[in-house]
Design a protein around this ligand. Structure first.
Ligand SMILES: Cc1ncc(COP(=O)(O)O)c(C=O)c1O
Length: 440
């Protein structure tokens, strides 16, 4: 019989993969809690939450049961002109968990569509109000927001979109002020950065249709963190120019940064929030763009012309909504945020040890995420060390996906102290062994 890998190699095209040089993919048979189980019987600790989607761990029985129950009664229904209990109840729960003035949930399918929807809503908001001069999006340098066209445009500086550059719409990118543990110069760097942001706003503030940012943590461009003070100072400036703020919580949402949403730590109430990944705890592809009442109301009118003419076949899929609702219950029942706080403490102690090693710099921890930079000061996505660390960790049963010379760990909330210690130990050993590659 043809093996799964042979079939895959013959017929499948994988994401973010150079198919010519990548090693064969590993066939996974099942997954439970923090572990993946391969066809060949090996167990791998998933310390990347399978592209940042798993929240409570794989195949959580309560969520699996809720999805199964839902599948037996209503698997899908068109969401224009119809509704259903899981969608309405999940929307209520999300609005309850987010700050006012966020008040309306628009469902879609993945993180990129959540962002695309937010950008389109902000753009049309101004058109619906009869304002035509707001034609520019503002975004943070290094921000990543997904792979569709609007998302690529605002995430242009994350460095992934070279071949598409000439197709992307106009965006002004604002400087970001990263920080890390023990960073003494942060307040000064932030003040300088805010002055540069003020300059951009003086020139372009009145032309801006919206500002988008990943709150507190830029994930895909290298786990760069900023202080809540910086985020709230930037958002305050946007308010002064009446620029709608979009916070992309696709990665940071659902406990990842230690609070349910990262925006809570900055005390920011945006006009639009993008959610996906952890929304269904990693069970089903689903997203939501949550809008403030002022955005929603601008779409109301007597004709279809001002309506939001956007939708996806699988909008508000009942299985995804059922998973989302069950996941929110698990948050309460298992004190998921408490578990994440314990992971943060363990990660901080681990980082303190790691940074004793030469060449390991910029330790940073937030919620369940901990990261270091190897060698050079800045993140370098193409640094060879990333692939080496990944391969060596994998051979010892630990899945991590360094971004070039940025190595990070992101365990699910269910990880046991023993599993976490084991993963941290494997990564530390690998960094020790590979030091000649990054210590100059
Ligand atoms: C902050 C952020 N926004 C948007 C996206 C895009 O999400 P998706 O891959 O589900 O389209 C990602 C994916 O990593 C992300 O991290």
């Amino acid at each position: 019989m043809t093996s799964i890998v042979d079939l895959d190699r013959k017929y499948v095209w994988h994401p973010f993969t150079q198919e010519q040089t990548a090693p064969p993919p590993l066939p996974v048979k099942s997954a439970r809690a923090a572990s993946l189980f391969l066809e060949d019987g090996r167990e791998i600790l998933d310390m990347a939450c399978s592209w940042w989607v798993t929240v409570h761990g794989h195949s959580h029985p309560k969520i699996a049961e809720a999805v199964g129950r839902q599948a037996a009664s209503l698997e899908h229904v068109i969401f224009a002109g119809f509704t259903h209990e899981p969608a309405a109840r999940l929307a209520e729960a999300l609005i309850g968990a987010l700050p006012r003035p966020l008040s309306r949930v628009f469902y879609s399918d993945n993180g990129s569509t959540a962002v695309e929807v937010a950008l389109k809503m902000a753009w049309q908001y101004w058109r619906n109000k009869g304002v035509t001069g707001r034609r520019l999006f503002l975004a943070m340098q290094g921000g990543y927001h997904g792979d569709t066209f609007g998302a690529m445009a605002v995430g242009r500086t994350s460095g992934y979109y070279g071949p598409f550059d000439e197709l992307l719409c106009e965006v002004a990118h604002l400087p970001f002020a990263p920080t890390w543990d023990g960073d003494a110069g942060v307040a000064q760097r932030e003040a300088m950065t805010l002055r540069r942001i003020d300059d951009v706003l003086e020139r372009h503030g009145h032309e801006a249709a919206a500002f988008i940012a990943e709150p507190l943590l830029q994930g895909a461009s290298g786990m760069n963190m900023c202080r809540p003070e910086f985020l709230s100072a930037v958002c305050e400036r946007m308010r002064a120019y009446d620029i709608p703020v979009i916070l992309d919580e696709v990665m940071t949402g659902f406990g990842r940064t230690g609070t349910m949403f990262a925006l809570e730590q900055a005390g920011v109430a945006p006009d639009l929030v993008c959610l996906s990944k952890g929304l269904t705890a990693g069970f089903l592809p689903m997203a939501a763009t949550v809008a403030s009442e002022r955005i929603y109301e601008s779409f109301l009118g007597e004709t279809f012309y001002t309506a939001f003419a956007h939708g996806h076949s699988f909008t508000a899929n009942p299985l995804g909504c059922a998973a989302g609702l069950a996941s929110l219950e698990v948050f309460k029942e298992e004190d998921t945020l408490g578990r994440i706080a314990r992971i943060t403490a363990s990660n901080r102690a681990w980082l303190a040890e790691l940074t004793q090693m030469p060449g390991v710099t910029r330790p940073r921890a937030l919620g369940s995420i901990a990261a270091v930079t190897l060698g050079s000061e800045a993140g370098d996505y193409h640094a060879e060390i990333g692939a080496t660390v990944r391969a060596q960790c994998l051979s010892q049963g630990v899945l991590v996906r360094p971004m070039g010379n940025v190595v990070y760990i992101m365990p699910p909330a269910c990880v046991t102290p023993e599993e976490l210690k084991r993963a941290q130990g494997v990564i530390a050993d690998v960094l020790r062994n590979t030091a000649p590659m990054y210590v100059r």
